[in-house]
Design a protein around this ligand. Structure first.
Ligand SMILES: [Zn+2]
Length: 311
């Protein structure tokens, strides 16, 4: 992970709103490798706290709970996981960064994102999971550092939300009445126990809320739905953002993946950083659902992911 690589990542991947640009000096850019959750947008101009589904206390609580779970895991990798919470800032974005000075693995959140009317508390939790995923989700990667956008989304439902919500069966069951019927049917096929089905419903419900925000950000004419998967099939893995539909598809399949992610490893990460090789894909395959291993659902969708190992 060299500084030049980090800067290259910044220039290629980072799109920030104008307000955000005014808040961070050029020197701090050079010291960080980072990737944002959403493309550049001007939704901060529409920040309206009266439309928010989340209070400041919930915003802090959701971040703190997930970060507390992953803090000791990141520690095992020799780093400090640090959450930077900025409720007052109206920017509709979040980002993950490696601070080159402190070596801390940072996740940054803005109130403007949490206050969007499309975002529910559980939807915001998926955003938190996505940012942590840039550090821990592994293959496939952006160049030499964190996980790609699709992988961070996949990790959010395949690993992070399952870890965070798995022990809360009663609350998860409330999603049974809320979840989309197509998603519910798939959860019922994939999982046998009431507990696992309920967890799957909750993840799907959260995913649907966040995907609604993605489509607003993209100015889409249609809303992503569970029964209208993105028809795009990439010829090589896209490390950046897919369509709102593609991101919903990714959350959907992550929720339906029945394999357990091993929290103690960052799949495919070597001592020199991330690399998109067959060897890395094999390790990722041990920790997720791959079509090459016979999974017909639960795999990374083809709208952004092109496996190196042929089926
Ligand atoms: Zn991201």
């Amino acid at each position: 992970m060299d500084k030049a690589g980090g800067l290259m990542n910044f220039t290629r991947n980072i799109c920030l709103s104008l307000v955000f640009l005014s808040l961070i000096s050029q020197s701090s850019f050079a010291k960080q490798k980072k990737t944002t959750c959403f493309p550049q947008n001007r939704l901060f101009l529409k920040d309206d706290p009266s439309e928010s589904n989340i209070t400041e206390a919930q915003f802090n609580q959701i971040i703190d709970k997930i970060v507390a779970y992953y803090k000791p895991i990141v520690k095992e990798h020799g780093h400090e996981l640090v959450a930077i919470k900025n409720w007052k800032n109206g920017t509709v974005n979040a980002y993950a960064a490696v601070n080159e000075t402190t070596k801390n693995w940072e996740v940054n959140f803005f109130g403007g994102l949490a206050r969007r009317p499309e975002v529910t508390p559980d939807g915001f939790a998926l955003i938190v999971c996505h940012e942590i995923g840039h550090h821990l989700a592994g293959y496939p990667f952006y160049e030499d550092w964190g996980s790609s956008e699709g992988q961070a989304d996949y990790f959010a439902t395949q690993a992070c939300a399952k870890a965070g919500w798995g022990g809360n069966a009663q609350k998860n069951l409330k999603s049974k009445k809320l979840v989309d019927s197509v998603a519910k049917e798939e959860c019922d096929i994939q999982y046998i126990t009431t507990e696992k089905r309920a967890l799957c419903y909750r993840e799907m419900d959260a995913a649907y809320a966040v995907a609604g925000l993605f489509s607003v950000l993209n100015n889409d004419k249609t809303t992503p739905e569970f029964d209208t998967p993105d028809k795009i099939k990439v010829t090589e893995t896209n490390p950046s953002y897919g369509s709102a539909q593609c991101r919903l598809d990714t959350y959907f399949h992550g929720s339906l993946c029945t394999k357990t992610f091993d929290d103690s490893i960052i799949p495919g990460l070597s001592s020199k950083g991330g690399s998109n090789t067959i060897a890395a894909e094999k390790i990722a395959g041990k920790n997720s659902c791959m079509s090459a291993d016979g999974f017909e659902v639960g795999f990374r969708p083809r709208c952004w992911f092109k496996p190196l190992i042929k089926n």
